[in-house]
Ligand binder design. Sequence first.
Ligand code: ADP
Ligand code: MG
Length: 540
Amino acid sequence: MYGNGQAPIFILKEGTQRTRGKTAQSNNIAAAKAVADAVRSTLGPKGMDKMLVDSMGDVVITNDGATILKEMDIEHPAAKMIIEVAKTQEQHCYDGTTTAVILSGELLKKSEDLIEQNVHPTVICEGFRLAAEKACELLEIHGISTENDTDILNEVAKTALTGKSAGAVKSFMADICVRAVQAVGVVEDGERLVDIKDIKVEKRQGGSIRDSSLIDGIILDKERVHSGMPRTIQNGKIALVNSAVEVKKTEVDAKIQITDPSQLALFLEEEEQYIRNLVDTIENSGANVLICQKGIDELAQHYLAKKGIFAIRRAKKSDMEALSKATGGQIITNIEDISPGDLGHAARIEEKKIGESEMTFITGCPEAKSVSVLLRGGTEHVVDEIRRAFDDAVGVVSVAWEDGAVLTGGGSVLASISRELRNYAETVGGREQMAIEAFSGALEIIPRTLAENAGLDPVTTIIELRKAHADGQKYAGINVYEGGVANMKDANVLEPLRVVEQAIQSATETAIMILRIDDVISSKGVMMDGNMDDTGDFQM
Ligand code: ADP
Ligand code: MG
């Protein structure tokens, strides 16, 4: 009954699930840790790959953290938040996704201990915030300036490629990455910028990784429309057209009544004349190459071939834009309006058979602020994984090129910062000190996992690492090949500062976000509890 103050008031729909307080917290933490555990074994050069099979039976083999998490069908909302960390990391830095995810899992794990000791989550959050801020300040101090040094950029690319399937040809791939970034990088008002979209990647299965190459222009996954056209054009003048080369269709459906065969002939002749005129206009502009975003009528193909013009149809819009950028040509809609000034230029246009099919190479572009990379590999899975490794490597090189600062990897900088944060914690005092200490401990998860994945004893290795840092060896990191610790600067293990900084920041933000939740209200049908097994561990 209303109004008597006795009846419970339901504000949530029937079937809504609700978990609160410590249960909500520990569920969320367990889910987030489970995600982190799922990718742990892939970290570092000695990390393993994962084979992911989707519901359609398609297989992806990768050791790329972001890819693994993207392919996994994860339902738990807190687990999804961790996946967001990987996405953010990938968007901003192209690399460090596994690191970011492992770090947020570890931060949450450490918080659990603190919560058990009755430290309030808001205090933990405050401590983490202070620690992350301090950590980023410290990172800047550890930064090594790159100043567009090709050797350093090469090492950054090689570090990103280590442990991936492209790792065997690291130097070869690193060289392609660095040259590509240096070709498209621009300095605007003193700001260094690389638009990664200016590096166009085409992959082709067949051949070996070493058949991959960098082209100062564009590769189109297309062949010329007519075999009568020349295969190669030197000194190409390129018309870029985004409308069809065919007889214009009328807007309304029209029927023509033909009463006499001569009328039909006349009609066809007129159409033919129209096409002829179009092709003549193209030729008169001086073009010897036509790249069309739409279709090219058969008759037009024939005339173009007769005039020795190389033509491609149905080019992708993104390719048209890249072509315009690389060749300096204008994309035109109305062929009748074409003028010599609209044409793009490239030293050489050539159709080549790559693997199973033909591709068109447009090279020697005067303003090659847009380049293409052709990636080759034995099988589809190999090329796909090489593509992912290449994207990471080109990404980190661009980040290093833009920022001009790198750090030594292998857990070296994180070990240093972990130590420095412990000292900082003492100056803060109070309960936040505990949180900062926990944060400092969480950073060691990276060197520890690198050691574990390399088959080393994590405990003795971490002790050795701490000792090295206590002795002032600030570049000491995990020697994943021979065991123990080694100088990561001498080993040329370098990564962009931004990658580590972003990993720390987004891991902290997500951990905080998850810690602040003490009430989970979910509508019917959403999985909330995951499948806790008897040990309280989360199963996915
Ligand atoms: P992420 O997705 O986080 O980039 P990776 O599997 O690429 O994960 O591993 C990156 C980690 O491996 C970084 O901590 C990096 O410093 C470390 N690493 C890379 N190469 C080496 C190496 N030769 N020796 C030790 N650690 C390395
Ligand atoms: Mg990486």
